[in-house]
Design a protein around this ligand. Structure first.
Ligand code: ADP
Ligand code: MG
Length: 477
């Protein structure tokens, strides 16, 4: 039997506001426990929530960016449940009338084709506190700093058909919210995490299979692994004659498996009702226009522009526009060195490789865009070869100065003096009579051998094109 995977994601994005969604307490990450929760976040009696206007603007911005409907009126509701990290006994969320409805996001698949994933809705809600199990023996600590932190929950249609598609969607969404500046997207700190809903069905069947929900995954790699494990598990159950129970499961990264948390029968009845302490949220035409005017260039548009303006391949442009900082870095470099393709190559290959190796973000790169451009100019004006440039780049990376200083100090200038190259060539020709005969006899491949020898002897400082010409001249080819 052939099976088809069906996936829908619920992504929780922490909105990058200074204060909380319903109080003035700060949202900064990493403070001492319980120093950033005020009476409202603690759910003390007698206090009232006041909506942070900034979260409304951010949600509207997001809605416009995914071509969704931004609701002129949306409603906050109470989602009632009891848990130690939720002292009010309810979470304020949006239920029946969310602020954003029916948008879409285009993802790029590995074979270069694109696919549209539907976004059902996005709603505003407050985060809960955190239980701390590790620091106490036989007890659990509660840190309410996170309580009241604004979240945008983005719910997709069940449009994805593989773990790879789900990762592509999650990455694209991450790219979008960070471009928009509505979230810092920090996954380690939990600012961007997702629940993956997964089911399988026989290929050709119209109805969806029963789904399970994999909770709280905070890395692209884990999403892929968790889904792949879960798909295998479901297929095993079904092929063994069993049934999938609709349930919530937890992905254990250490064991690379998912485990049941609670089934649908144990699922809570949240008794949603409109929060009587909060007015309906109004998004006026004015506000929408204002937000529209503030939208930055979005990833897809930037990618298309890079292809047009800089004549880059779509693949290169995709890689460069995956985050805003890389795109800015590339543009600064390309403009300063006037060779966009060369700049794209260096940013995507050498710079990306070096950053990756040291686990650094591009904002922490020891080689700035101007420094890289300075070096690329020395390639285009033939001062150094592409090969020597690798050495120069490494030296810049290690803090040895800018390209010109390094080229000077290490004597890396390309040899342009014809006489010097000819002298080396003469030696090599004399030492390899058999190869000379073969080359003269038409074995053109041997050109490479001679050029290689010259490069070796000059420490890579000869210009390969020039060596080629001189060799041909000398041998009368
Ligand atoms: P709930 O209200 O229980 O969270 P929803 O219908 O809102 O359920 O769906 C939650 C998520 O699950 C959405 O992202 C949706 O696309 C996805 N989903 C729904 N049905 C399936 C299914 N059969 N297989 C995979 N994903 C599904
Ligand atoms: Mg859900």
């Amino acid at each position: 039997m052939q099976w088809e995977t069906v996936i829908g994601l619920e992504i929780h994005t922490q909105l990058a506001t200074k204060s909380k969604i319903f109080s003035g307490a700060p949202t900064a990450y990493g403070a001492e426990p319980n120093t950033q929760a005020c009476a409202v976040d603690l759910g003390l009696p007698g206090v009232l929530p006041v909506l942070n206007k900034e979260v409304v603007r951010m949600a509207a911005k997001f809605g416009l960016a995914i071509g969704a409907r931004v609701a002129p009126i949306s409603i906050f509701a109470r989602k009632n449940y009891f848990y130690p990290d939720l002292p009010k006994g309810y979470q304020i969320s949006q239920y029946e009338l969310p602020i954003v409805e029916t948008g879409k996001l285009e993802i790029e698949l590995e074979d270069g084709t694109t696919k549209i994933i539907g976004v059902t809705r996005a709603h505003l809600e407050e985060d809960a506190g955190k239980s701390l199990h590790e620091d106490f023996h036989g007890m659990t600590g509660i840190d309410l700093n996170r309580a009241g932190t604004p979240l945008l929950e983005i719910v997709s249609e069940p449009d994805m058909r593989s773990a790879k598609e789900a990762v592509a969607y999650m990455k694209k969404m991450h790219s979008l919210v960070t471009y928009l500046g509505i979230s810092d997207g920090n996954m380690q700190e939990g600012s961007f995490r997702c629940d993956a809903n997964v089911s399988v069905r026989p290929v050709g069947q119209a109805e969806f299979g029963t789904r399970t929900e994999l909770k709280n995954i905070n890395s692209f790699r884990f999403v892929e692994k968790a889904i792949n494990f879960e798909v295998e598990r479901q297929i095993d159950v079904l092929e063994g004659g069993g049934k999938i129970t609709q349930e919530t499961r937890l992905y254990d990264a250490d064991k690379d498996e998912t485990r049941s948390m609670r089934s649908k029968e144990e699922a809570m009845d949240y008794r949603y009702f409109p929060d009587p302490d909060l007015l309906p949220v109004e998004v006026s035409e004015n506000l929408l226009n204002e937000v529209k005017a503030s939208l930055p260039e979005l990833p897809d548009a930037k990618r298309n522009r890079f292809v047009e303006e800089y004549k880059l391949s779509r693949e290169d442009a995709n890689q460069l526009t995956a985050d805003r900082e890389t795109a800015d870095y590339f543009e600064t470099t390309a403009k300063a060195c006037a060779d966009a393709k060369l700049a794209a190559n260096w940013v995507n290959v050498s710079l990306a490789g070096a950053l990756n190796k040291e686990g650094k973000d591009i904002s922490e790169s020891p080689v700035s865009a101007d420094m890289l451009a300075g070096m690329l100019k020395r390639i285009t004006d033939n001062t150094i070869s592409g090969k020597i440039a690798k050495e120069v780049f490494e030296a810049m990376w290690n803090g040895e100065g800018d390209a010109d200083a390094i080229i000077d100090k290490k004597g890396l200038k390309q040899i342009t003096d014809t006489g010097a190259i000819e002298a080396v060539l003469d030696e090599i020709i004399a030492a390899n009579p058999a190869q000379v005969e073969q080359l003269k006899g038409g074995k053109d491949k041997l050109m490479g051998f001679f050029v290689g020898q010259v490069m070796k002897q000059t420490g890579g400082k000869a210009n390969p094109g020039q060596v080629n010409q001189l060799l041909k001249k000398k041998l009368g080819l």
